[in-house]
Design a protein around this ligand. Structure first.
Ligand SMILES: [Zn+2]
Length: 77
């Protein structure tokens, strides 16, 4: 086989590997940030109107606002 053909095969092969590696990297990164966002509980303070979030698992007892300490309950989606 021609030397140039081999070069072409190796070149496109390494490009394919590179793209696949990038895809894996960004796919994992996306999933991780999505997981982090999913665990976050968002609160809206009814007293001062501020928005804040925590990464606790159980917030059924409410979370105090970081600005005014008023206890708010999780926003329902
Ligand atoms: Zn507040």
């Amino acid at each position: 086989m021609h030397a140039f053909t081999w070069f072409l095969i190796l070149y496109s092969g390494s490009a394919l590997v590179g793209v696949t590696a990038l895809w894996f990297f960004y796919d994992r990164k996306d999933r991780r940030s999505f997981e982090a966002r999913r665990r976050q509980k968002v609160f809206h303070c009814v007293r001062c109107g501020g928005l804040y979030s925590v990464t606790k698992a159980n917030v059924s007892e409410g979370e105090p606002c970081p600005d005014c300490d008023y206890k708010n309950y999780e926003l329902s989606y």
